[in-house]
Ligand binder design. Sequence first.
Ligand SMILES: C[S@@+](CC[C@H](N)C(=O)[O-])C[C@H]1O[C@@H](n2cnc3c(N)ncnc32)[C@H](O)[C@@H]1O
Length: 264
Amino acid sequence: MGPTLDKEKILEENRRVHSLENHLYLARHPEQTNFFQNSLVEKTLDQVCAQLNPEAKVLDLGCGTGYLFLRFLKRGFNVTGLDISNEMIEVINNSISENEEHRAHLIVGDVEKYMDKNQDNFDLIIFSAVLHHLFDYEMVLRKTCKSIKPGTKVLIFFEPLKQEINSTMRYAFHRTLSWLDEKSYRLEMGIRKIPLFENEYHHSDYQRQFGGINPKNVEKILREESFSILKLEKYCARRFGISAWLANRVLQTQNTFNIFAIKT
Ligand SMILES: C[S@@+](CC[C@H](N)C(=O)[O-])C[C@H]1O[C@@H](n2cnc3c(N)ncnc32)[C@H](O)[C@@H]1O
């Protein structure tokens, strides 16, 4: 299979898998909403919003069911959300209140194709948990960074990174905590009768087969495209807040990163 075919297959798989999702998407991903992650999201948003003026235009690429889209909308910004999945966009559409509608814009489409045509219009561009779904995330990120005007901010959020745990003892505790976290998660999903589609995500989470995304690559691209890094954080996301707290405060493991940067 040539590279073009591979890329089309990944796009197609993302459309297919995300069409299975619905308003329960975030319920299936408590690692994005538990108390630990929630406090991290709010802290990040406070820092990002402090750099934006009230009329700022925000673009959320791969916006899903509105994880960050809806928070920026609540904070009063003009927000455009783009997603390849019609079904995900439909969920956001049903979550927007009437008094926020005039500031909310939703588009079904592919990140790369959209960024080829739409340049210079936004003050903040968000990639939240979407780079690892792309066939060539480096190319898409570079293209996006090249096309935007100085002063534009980029927030790369909740991307998976490869874990490296050198101590045997720490690794054993990490495995046990991770096992307990996953077991409890499956139990909770079973009790709440929330179906899981994890086996379906094999192709659509394309970059996971390489262990996730290396933040050093992302940093390199940003610096080469004249960005200055305002914040880089690495931490451990877990299904439950208590597991995330233990992983971060006691074991100090890392499987996720966020980067906030500005084009100079
Ligand atoms: C893991 S979800 C993250 C959703 C949301 N940003 C969040 O943080 O909860 C990834 C999203 O990216 C979308 N996606 C995947 N590939 C895409 C592409 N090429 N263009 C636009 N959206 C894409 C998927 O449909 C899905 O909604």
